[in-house]
Write a protein that binds this ligand. Structure first.
Ligand SMILES: *[C@@H]1O[C@H](CO)[C@@H](O)[C@H](O)[C@H]1NC(C)=O
Ligand SMILES: *[C@@H]1O[C@H](CO)[C@@H](O)[C@H](O)[C@H]1NC(C)=O
Ligand SMILES: *[C@@H]1O[C@H](CO)[C@@H](O)[C@H](O)[C@H]1NC(C)=O
Ligand SMILES: *[C@@H]1O[C@H](CO)[C@@H](O)[C@H](O)[C@H]1NC(C)=O
Length: 483
């Protein structure tokens, strides 16, 4: 009960930005109910005050949770005064423990969200095996007669970059199932070298006709070398950065030294996900698809619920990036992001260059006009700021690919209506279900990804309805539909 409220408050915390995090979960959620704690001192005139006098309590033996207390009360058959006295002891002795528990929770959540669940690992392994043993899993994607469509600018091109086969399957099949004109859809799935065979096998064995799907590995883009992508080289080769991101995340972390907020931000920034080339790839879209004029880029943690055809007819008014702005909207928590949420405005370079109140926008569902992009300076600016931040030991910003993109696309963003892209399903458990149902694309940004155990149960079904649980590989890997 109380513990459950406390835990759900922690889950509620926004690890995504590390900005709001866990402040006062205990006090905020339980405060009013436990307010007798302060008023119930022995000096108070409160007629119950003697009940709360716990000075003789054995402090080595105090239950550490509501559940433990209730268990103890049941076991020892406490009367109400004893129960209340024990409860008071528990609360008073809990402040430090609560802090420690919050820190533990941050650590657990970090591990729970950065590890690959067994089922997904199994799926990739089994499909890789299938690729080598089954010619059908290796067949051309798409078949050679359809290959000209891959570069036909008149079609609807969508791109997803991921090393998660199940996530890619959901993004692709949800898009196609909800498309008014699926025959116009060309999906470009980009993955890394280790996942390439598995990803190919999945889409070869699960054709999406009349739409077509191509699967590319980053290793197949010859120009995507260290020379052309200096930032990636810098990130991979710098010993400091390597340690910073890949070092053992717990070793040497004396967690009691950090506030939960800082620890959460710290762990999040160290997640390998933020240097994954998959995440940086989108900044090379004009070069990855030199023949194309417009693409919709989707993150792998989205579900498409409506026809996206209109996005391809959308006039971006000469801008490069059609995106949903995140500084205003009905959800005042999720939609309250400006530059100051992403950058270190204590740093003079940031403070003198940017406006802290400038509206941010979201990655995850973007329409990119590649013709306008090729005329703009976006990729160079992105590289420039990435390098600056690396040279300054990541003091300009800490997290991910959005901050340099906020800079690089500055002045080149065309705001699109909020209903196109609903955010926060991976960190806001109070997401409105009605709003989810009405959104064209829902985005599980945050740690509670729908394929993880820590997903919010009421939000998972919007994703899992697109998983083919009768597929033999999914069954063999024991990936089960959850209630
Ligand atoms: C961790 O930090 C706390 C507070 O700074 C200190 O009391 C404790 O001894 C440290 N523990 C270790 C193992 O370094
Ligand atoms: C970055 O950190 C390294 C070592 O950790 C240090 O030698 C260097 O001076 C730092 N650079 C800046 C700009 O603070
Ligand atoms: C922000 O910038 C200031 C000034 O350079 C620096 O001292 C501080 O460590 C930075 N904060 C973070 C979180 O990097
Ligand atoms: C699910 O996968 C099986 C193959 O294992 C396939 O026969 C079936 O058509 C798929 N269902 C959907 C809805 O894609």
């Amino acid at each position: 009960m109380a513990l459950v409220i406390y835990i759900s408050c922690l889950l509620d915390a926004e690890l995504f930005l590390g900005s709001l995090a866990f402040s006062d979960c205990f006090g905020r959620k339980l405060g009013p109910k436990l307010s007798w704690k302060r008023h119930g001192s022995p000096k108070s005139q409160d007629k119950y005050s003697s009940l709360f006098d716990n000075r003789n309590e054995d402090i080595t033996d105090i239950p550490d949770s509501m559940d433990a207390l209730i268990e103890e009360a049941r076991h020892k058959q406490y009367d109400m005064p004893t129960l209340l006295r024990r409860m008071k002891s528990m609360v008073e002795n809990n402040e430090e423990k609560v802090r420690a528990a919050k820190l533990q929770e941050a650590l657990y959540k970090h591990y729970a969200s950065s590890g690959v669940p067994k089922g997904l690992h199994c799926l990739a392994l089994k499909l890789t095996g299938e690729y080598s043993s089954n010619a059908r899993a290796r067949q051309d994607l798409p078949s050679p007669d359809l290959a000209p469509r891959l570069t036909d600018p008149a079609l609807h091109h969508l791109v997803v970059a991921t090393d998660n086969v199940l996530a890619a399957a959901v993004v692709v099949s949800s898009t196609i199932r909800n498309a008014a004109e699926p025959e116009k859809i060309v999906f470009h799935v980009i993955t890394d070298k280790k996942t390439h065979a598995a990803m190919h096998a999945w889409f070869a064995l699960n054709p999406q006709a009349p739409a077509i799907v191509e699967v590319k590995g980053v290793h197949q883009f010859e120009w995507l070398t260290r020379d052309n992508v200096p930032v990636l080289e810098a990130m991979e080769s710098s010993q400091d950065i390597k340690y910073y991101y890949h070092g053992d995340h717990a070793a040497g972390t004396n967690i009691s030294q950090y506030s939960p907020t800082i620890l959460a931000a710290y762990l999040q920034a160290r997640s390998p996900k933020y240097i994954s080339i998959m995440n940086h790839l989108r900044i090379y879209l004009p070069d990855l698809f030199p023949e194309l004029e417009k693409v919709v880029f989707l993150d792998d943690d989205v579900v498409v619920q409506k026809d996206l055809g209109a996005l391809f007819d959308l006039d971006l008014h000469g801008k490069v990036n059609g995106a949903v702005e995140t500084c205003r909207g009905d959800d005042t928590w999720v939609m309250s992001k400006t530059f100051k949420n992403y950058f270190n405005f204590s740093h003079p370079i940031i403070a003198s260059t940017f406006d802290p109140d400038k509206c941010a926008w979201a990655y995850g569902m973007n329409v990119f006009d590649l013709r306008a992009w090729r005329k703009a300076d976006i990729t160079r600016v992105y590289h420039y700021w990435q390098k600056q931040n690396l040279q300054l030991n990541l003091t300009l910003w800490r997290l991910g690919t959005l901050p340099p993109a906020l800079i690089a696309f500055d002045g080149n963003v065309h705001p699109i209506p909020e209903k196109w892209h609903m955010l926060g399903l991976g960190y806001n458990m109070k997401t409105s279900l009605e709003a989810v149902e009405n959104a064209a694309v829902v985005h599980y940004n945050g740690q509670a990804k729908p394929w993880l155990d820590i997903a919010f149960p009421q939000l998972r079904r919007f994703w899992s309805k697109y998983v083919n649980y009768s597929n033999e590989f999914i069954r063999q890997c024991n990936i089960l539909e959850r209630a």
